[in-house]
Write a protein that binds this ligand. Sequence first.
Ligand code: NAP
Length: 243
Amino acid sequence: MEKVAIITGASRGIGREIAKTLAKKGIKIVANYNKSEKEAKELKEELQKEGYKIEIFKADVSKKAECKDLAKYTLEKYKKIDILINNAGIDKYQLITEVSQEDWNEIINTNLYSAFCMCQEVLQNMIHNKNGCIINISSMWGIVGASTEIVYSISKAGLDGLTKSLAKEVGPSNIRVNSIAPGFIETDMNKEISNQEKIDIINNIPLEKLGKTEDIAKCVNWLIEDNYTTGQIISINGGWVIT
Ligand code: NAP
């Protein structure tokens, strides 16, 4: 039977690439978006034209009630959820002294609380089916910490904590939970980075190149196929950080 996947933040960047990759594998996709409705509609049109199964659903996943709506829509439409990709995320470059309560809430709720809520919403169905694959898109900054991205780094370290704890809790129900921790992937998230800054970054990467959204989607594809990996933080960063 065809698998069903929810991907949060699938309108652009890494989430969009994951949606395309999984749809082309024959998985039924519910692609979540929040602000980028035009991009989400284009994605749906492009994939449906090629005969793949994709629905789009607007939800601000930083809000628990909207996570509930996203899971409910998927269950009503497809009756089950096999795969959850917690990908939606935002970043802000700030010194710790510049971080307001609003900044903290916005970043933590979008990057971490969203994943926690989405896991709560899908798990009942996954546990019932004794089958599930949850992938959290974290970041190498959650592992090594980033100056001027302190709340982002905290949110991603928290996401990896969620991965490890939940993997232990739901492993007996045959549900695998893993993080993918990307390095520098060329998307809108990095559009403010200048060419000179990119060259400086590349000079610190053993593989001497930046990452592409496809590099992350390939790992998602592999994790979905796998059945013995759980609780792991998988680094995809060209060797920029080796722990
Ligand atoms: P991006 O191009 O800026 O895309 C971000 C996506 O997240 C968009 O589809 C956006 O949807 C969605 N999103 C943001 N807030 C949301 C909310 N409240 N509710 C629902 N969706 C929301 O960023 P990206 O580079 O693809 O990043 C994807 C994930 O990878 C993030 O978690 C990021 O932290 C992580 N990551 C990226 C890099 C990198 O170098 N690019 C490195 C490490 C980790 P809308 O536009 O529709 O609102």
